[in-house]
Write a new protein. Structure first.
Length: 236
């Protein structure tokens, strides 16, 4: 099955200028998609009973993205993901997530067909963990090898065991390089779909960059290079 032409995001009621700027880029580059905004205090058929048990808005977003992907299909983007080019090549996949630092999967960007079995497994597992009271500080979950993962990535890893069709995109596709300047520098000559700004949208600091200033300026360098390339293409 293919992925429907729908793009989802989950946001708090109060949004930052960066969130709006990123969403504007999404709409501009995917004009023939349906664009759906879901709020973290909204009503949802499956996950609503669990939202009040989540101590952070980001965990609510972890649950909501899974429900809307399962029910409607489409592509989910974190609210601080800026697009650089259309997403059409991803629509032929059955389900996907993205790697961080070319190592472990994260749920920053996800896509799936309607009623996708891998997404359903992630949704069931996530709701069960919250119901069992396991989503508590320091919010880590351990796989069979004893490695620790955050809430959302842990659900992806568990689903991969029984759903090998789940595609993991390289970090270079959405510049998901968390605190890793070496990997990020390698991507200067690539053509990513977009850029994850790591803006910690549910953090009290809002748009303040939460990783490292070195990584921040390298990401800005990538964006500047991209814009110069677009300008040179126009002038030719």
């Amino acid at each position: 099955m293919t992925i429907p032409r729908i793009i989802h995001r989950v946001v708090p009621r109060t949004q930052t200028p960066l969130m709006q700027s990123c969403w504007d880029s999404v709409k501009r580059l995917t004009p023939d998609f349906q664009h759906l905004t879901h709020f973290d205090d909204g009503a949802y058929e499956i996950v609503s009973p669990y939202l009040s048990l989540c101590e952070q808005g980001a965990f609510k977003a972890d649950l909501i993205r899974l429900e809307v992907l399962y029910r409607y299909g489409g592509i989910y983007l974190d609210s601080d993901v800026e697009l650089f080019r259309p997403l059409d090549p991803l629509l032929d996949l059955d389900a996907f997530a993205v790697l961080e630092n070319d190592s472990d999967p994260v749920n920053t960007v996800m896509g799936a067909s309607v009623n996708n079995s891998a997404i359903h497994e992630m949704l069931q597992l996530s709701c069960r963990l919250v119901h069992q009271g396991r989503l508590k500080y320091p919010y880590l979950f351990y796989n069979s090898a004893g490695r620790a993962f955050a809430f959302g990535p842990f659900a992806i890893l568990e689903a991969l065991v029984s759903h090998p069709h789940l595609t993991l995109l390289p970090s270079s596709d959405f510049l998901t390089y968390y605190k890793n300047t070496a990997f990020l520098l390698k991507s200067l000559d690539l053509n990513p779909y977009g850029q994850h700004h790591y803006a910690a949208s549910w953090h009290p600091g809002g748009e303040l960059f939460k990783t490292s200033w070195k990584l921040y300026f390298r990401m800005k360098l990538i964006d500047l290079k991209r814009r110069i390339g677009l300008l040179l293409t126009t002038l030719r």
